[in-house]
Design a binder for this molecule. Structure first.
Ligand SMILES: Nc1ncnc2c1ncn2[C@@H]1O[C@H](COP(=O)(O)OP(=O)(O)O)[C@@H](O)[C@H]1O
Ligand SMILES: Cc1ncsc1CCOP(=O)(O)O
Length: 282
């Protein structure tokens, strides 16, 4: 079925979600890695969400009832977390809470691939990753996957990979990088905001996962059109904050990291309306 978005409508819907999230404070349960967790909690707060990081399998049923969304990130996956993830995803599905999955480094090891396959067997609202991670899940090209950093991907391949993976999973798929590609299986949006300085920091892709958690939590996750707009909003919020931070920060990466958090805390819908560079490819 053909979608009915224009790029202006999509940016406007995304901008409204940025503002709505600040008014609604969605709770985002996050099972994530030990590298990025603190940054992710702060990014969630910065965009108006409420983070709770969790490690215990025993509390997942209760958290699933309370939460607006669940973020799963396998960046430092281990056996106990694997069991916790299985319980959390099952509980979120049972309570119809949207699940965002970030398969960090999935191309790197067979163990990550086993865990990712388990998560992909559940109902997911959004799958988000860099070119290597998304290409691996789509079965596109092994050579793109290397550790937790992005591989290069050409635009036509990126567009077709996100669309086919979105159709296959029944989820919105985000491929982030210098240009970001987002699809709900029908539309494919290419977003070219951002700053090369985002590449100076680890955990920006993970932080994007937390922003996705907040925005998808704010819209509820039932309507694919809303989830698509929320995903576009999350990528734009991070990318536009990345641009604003680059305009103010000192030359060191520590300064950029702080300026980025500040900018993310200040981003409002009108910043997206004035700065978004969004093209609908399909
Ligand atoms: N060279 C770049 N130019 C513009 N935006 C970028 C660039 N690299 C990354 N981004 C933005 O940074 C955010 C995080 O993406 P990325 O750097 O791919 O994450 P990761 O930490 O997984 O490598 C995304 O919103 C993306 O749009
Ligand atoms: C360095 C590292 N190692 C395991 S998880 C992680 C952080 C990855 O963050 P991102 O996926 O945002 O680059």
């Amino acid at each position: 079925m053909a979608h009915t978005w224009t790029s202006e409508q999509l940016v406007d819907a995304a901008a409204a979600i940025v503002d709505r999230t600040r008014a609604s404070t969605p709770l985002v349960v996050q099972l994530t890695n030990i590298v990025s967790a603190n940054e992710q909690a702060n990014w969630t707060l910065a965009v108006g969400g409420s983070p709770i990081m969790s490690l215990a399998e025993e509390e997942q049923d209760t958290l699933a009832q309370l939460t607006s969304s669940l973020l799963i990130n396998i960046g430092t996956i281990h056996a106990a977390q694997r069991a916790t993830i299985a319980r959390a995803v099952a509980a979120a599905n049972a309570h119809a809470k949207p699940v965002i999955f970030d398969p960090v480094g999935v191309g790197a090891t067979a163990y990550r691939q086993e865990v990712a396959a388990e998560v992909l067997g559940s109902k997911l609202a959004v799958v988000t990753g860099n070119a290597g991670e998304i290409a691996y899940l789509a079965g596109a090209d092994d050579s793109l996957s290397r550790g937790v950093d992005s591989g290069r991907i050409d635009p036509a391949t990126a567009a077709s990979v996100v669309r086919s993976l979105a159709t296959q999973l029944g989820a919105v798929v985000v491929l982030h990088g210098e240009v970001d590609y987002i699809s709900d299986g029908e539309a494919v949006a290419a977003l070219s905001n951002g700053s090369a300085r985002l590449g100076e920091l680890t955990g920006t892709g993970c932080g994007l996962g937390s922003v996705l958690g907040a925005y998808v939590g704010a819209v509820g996750g039932r309507d694919k059109r809303d989830v698509f707009a929320a995903a576009v909003g999350a990528v734009l919020a991070v990318s536009v904050a990345g641009e604003l931070a680059a305009e103010h920060a000192g030359p060191g990466r520590g300064s950029y990291r702080v300026a980025l958090l500040d900018a993310l805390g200040d981003v409002v819908g009108d910043d997206l309306r004035s700065r978004a560079r969004v093209r609908l490819l399909v």
